[in-house]
Design a protein around this ligand. Sequence first.
Ligand SMILES: Cc1ncc(COP(=O)(O)O)c(C=O)c1O
Length: 391
Amino acid sequence: MFASRTNWILNPNRLTREIEELRQRGIPLLDLTESNPTRCGFVFDQAAILAALADTRALSYAPDPRGLLGARQAVAAYYAERGITLDPGQIYLTTSTSEAYSYVFRLLADPGDTILVPQPSYPLFDFLAGLNDVRVIPYPLIYDQDWQIDLPTLEKRLEARARAILVVHPNNPTGSFVRRHELAELLALCVRRDMALVADEVFADYSLAPDPARVVSHAAVTEALTFTLSGLSKISALPQMKLAWVVVNGPEQLLRSGLARLEIIADTYLSLSAPLALALPQLLESRRNLQPQIRERMMANLQSLDARLAVGQPVTRLRVEGGWYAVLRLPSIRTDEEWAIEFARRDGVLVHPGHFFDFSSEGHLVVSLLTKQEVFDEGLERILARVANSA
Ligand SMILES: Cc1ncc(COP(=O)(O)O)c(C=O)c1O
């Protein structure tokens, strides 16, 4: 009856079953994976957000496959603040970056073609690729004081059907940005092998400290056909608004024909609603109120983490440059999943096991730096005590 692309393992994994059981028993849990910004105690300008959704122009229908011009101009202004000049014609609005990924995969790849994706990274890529009949080939990010793209291995893994290289800038959950010299090599590969570059920049505004070696934004890339994805879910901490975009850039001819084809894809769905498109300038503006709160929370949680890890703990944290997460390294006397289950069951603390993000070795746990401070502190105390007692 069903397409083979939907042959997923539908049974919940051990950790999910364990957490479900604890919840059913009414056990209070400290959730160190909380990354829904609307549940983290941040103060939103409710009146301004709701007013933005009540524009009377939304009562008439004026479809545009790229999304309303005024909204795209607001996105262009966002990039202009980063020194990048874009024509609103290079911007397509979508209801999520997931939808933007689908558009881009449909544009670039035939069934069975491949996309290179970083490992470890965002767990949704397998699903997004599978739903679009594309296969992912992971390329490693390696950690040695900081994270780097393993470029020689990436190159070895390229095969005839590779259509694009995907980067996440900064990556989830490693918090690592693409460096200029890495981008230069990726672009050389893309040009040589007729591939596109796809850059997910949803966390790009959450850098902990500036670094001139980093790429500012892939939206400025013109050497190869490049798709840069971002949206309100992280920029303005408004995932429920379902508003994202893709910026297309590249060599002139490729850019022109890419945009024209993308227009047909977008025109087929016309998925973004008028109230949202009209609200975009105001919703984007609300980042100025939200981002400082998020940055403050991230810094406070990192400081608390470092203060606790300073005292000769068997737990360390990996370097983080940005994004919303921190990666902890634990003794590999248990698998990541066993650690996560033990913390949940015995300490009432929830963390993500590294394998969730496809870390290539055991011993990694991921925590959200958005977690409320008191929850983060108490959860950490419990975890560290458990590891100290187990090691
Ligand atoms: C790397 C990355 N891209 C995209 C998203 C989701 O974006 P959207 O809500 O626009 O689909 C996430 C969410 O966590 C993410 O981690």
